[in-house]
Structure formats: structure tokens, C-alpha cells
Design a protein around this ligand. Structure first.
Ligand code: PMP
Length: 281
């Protein structure tokens, strides 16, 4: 396996992560996951802009320019000879003796590698089941930070109940999924939580909103309640790995007739077309 370390591509065996790396000890870092189709990174500019924003919000200096990073991501995909996969990138504040304040001496470290991925088209046709659970995360969910315990615990709870996703709520307001953004459809209008500090500003979320608008579907970025989920005509989630995926059951209650809905299916088709358009050679 090849690994990108700052702007060098190395064999995994030659990569050493310091015991006192702040990513390891404090979760002091950020990440991105980019889907690759047809050997081409999908919506790479948007992922790079979000990486830059996360870094800025945490006062973290990226060790590589975005231009160089894009070249290296492409080189990694080519050298690994991959067509459909995803790229994981993370940047930590680097290694220093374990004290909370930012170290003066540490140098940020970027690592990246290819992960296996297969667009889950079977789930897209069938839909997934979700539970709801309290959103116990911090108040800067807009930063794609390495601190994922709130999401890990929620996803684990979903899996233990035979479900694929946990939909999070603060009081009664639905925020997002443990690793996805959540939409409901009611009377032909899409609703999703506004892109503020309580959710990750998903790149797939943004693409779905743009596609919906192109299809003349009304979109409201307005918070909605847990009850609205149960009573929605359709529910779907969006994310880099899951793309656009229907949710047919929430807390064991069928959404609509318990089958993927028409608005969701129309958006899925538009999203597949977007992938082909954007990643054609
Ligand atoms: N929300 C959370 C909490 C996530 O972890 C993710 C995926 N990383 C998303 C939403 C979806 O974001 P994107 O479409 O950019 O993958």
C-alpha cells in the first residue's frame, strides 16, 4: 500500500507516526474522504475547500499547498492503479510533548491513502433503516475534525439494532446522521438542517440541493423535528460513501409506504448522471 506523507508518496512500511502526534493523543486534526470513480476524484475542489476551511478554523497550517495536494492525490490513484475507490486525507498538528496548548515546535503532518469503496447501489435500491439518538457531539460539527466519538457511539448503537444509520437530534430538532446529512420530503418539498455549526456542510448535501433545484423541487434549509421524520413522505441521507440513499424505516416505523420514494429516486438518478459527467475522461 502506498501512503502520501506531506508531498511524498511512500510504502506503508516506511511511514512512521510519532507516539506523541497530536492527532493520536488529542484528536487534534482534520480529515476528508473523497470518492474516486473512473480513476477521477469526484468533487475534489469542494473537498479541498472544506479541508482548507477546517484547517483555518483550527488555526492549523496545511503542510502542502492545495495545488500540490491535488497533483499528489491524482498520482496516488494512478500509482495504485485504481478506478473506483476513495481517498482518505488527514492533517494533524504534528508531534510535540503532550500538553494542551498549541506547541510552538510542531510541524503539521498530512497523510493520505486509498481505501476500498463500492458505491452501495443495492442499498440505494432497497433503502436503509435508521434509529434516532441524542446528538451528544460538540458545537462545531461544521469542522471535519478527527474527534468522531459522538458519531462512533451513535453508529454502533444503530448497528446493534440492525440498522445502518443513526439520525441525531438535539432536543427534538434533527441535525444530521452519524456520517450523513438527512433530508425529508413532505408534499414535494425537501427539508434539511441549515448549514450552521450543528452539522457538517456535506458536499453530497450541497450537490443534492443543487440537483433538486435544477429539477424544480423546492428546498428549504430549515430545521425539522423528530416527529416530522416519522410523518415524512420520504427520508433520505447523503454522504460521500453512501451517495444519496433512501431511508425506509426510522425507529422501526415505516416512512410513507416503507419503500424508497419517487423524489429520492429522481435525485439518485440525477446524482449518478452528475458522477458520470464529472468523472468522464
Ligand atoms: N455529516 C457527517 C457527520 C459526516 O461525517 C459526513 C461524512 N463525512 C457527512 C455528513 C456527509 O458529508 P459529505 O457529503 O461531504 O461526505
Amino acid at each position: 500500500m502506498l501512503v502520501l506523507v506531506n508531498d511524498q508518496i511512500k510504502s506503508r512500511e516506511d511511514v512512521r507516526i510519532d507516539l506523541e502526534d497530536r492527532g493520536y493523543q488529542f484528536g487534534d486534526g482534520i480529515y476528508e474522504v473523497i470518492s474516486v470513480y473512473n480513476g477521477q476524484p469526484f468533487l475534489m475542489d469542494q473537498h479541498m475547500q472544506r479541508l482548507e476551511r477546517s484547517a483555518r478554523e483550527l488555526m492549523l497550517d496545511l503542510p502542502v499547498s492545495i495545488g500540490r495536494l491535488k497533483e499528489k492525490v491524482q498520482a496516488l490513484i494512478e500509482q495504485e492503479g485504481r478506478s473506483t475507490c476513495s481517498v482518505y486525507l488527514q492533517v494533524t498538528r504534528g508531534a510535540a510533548p503532550r500538553r494542551h496548548p498549541f506547541p510552538t515546535s510542531a510541524t503539521p503532518v498530512l497523510t493520505g491513502y486509498i481505501m476500498d469503496s463500492n458505491p452501495p447501489r443495492d442499498l440505494h435500491a432497497e433503502g436503509i433503516r435508521a434509529i434516532t439518538t441524542d446528538d451528544i457531539r460538540w458545537l462545531r460539527c461544521d469542522i471535519k475534525s478527527l474527534n468522531l466519538l459522538g458519531s462512533v457511539l451513535a453508529k454502533q448503537k444503530a448497528v446493534e439494532q440492525g440498522c445502518q444509520e443513526a439520525i441525531l437530534h438535539r432536543s427534538d430538532t434533527v441535525t444530521e446522521g452519524s456520517s450523513t446529512n438527512v433530508f425529508i420530503v413532505k408534499n414535494g418539498t425537501l427539508y434539511t438542517h441549515p448549514a450552521n455549526h450543528l452539522i457538517l456542510h456535506g458536499i453530497t448535501r450541497h450537490a443534492a440541493i443543487q440537483l433538486a433545484e435544477k429539477l424544480n423541487t423546492n428546498v428549504k434549509e430549515t430545521p425539522f423535528k423528530r416527529e416530522d421524520l416519522y410523518e415524512a413522505d420520504e427520508v433520505f441521507v447523503t454522504g460521500t460513501s453512501i451517495e444519496i440513499c433512501p431511508v425506509t424505516h426510522v425507529d422501526n416505523r415505516a416512512i410513507g409506504n416503507g419503500q424508497p420514494g419517487d423524489v429520492t429516486k429522481q435525485l439518485q438518478r440525477a446524482f449518478y448522471d452528475l458522477i458520470v459527467e464529472e468523472t468522464a475522461m
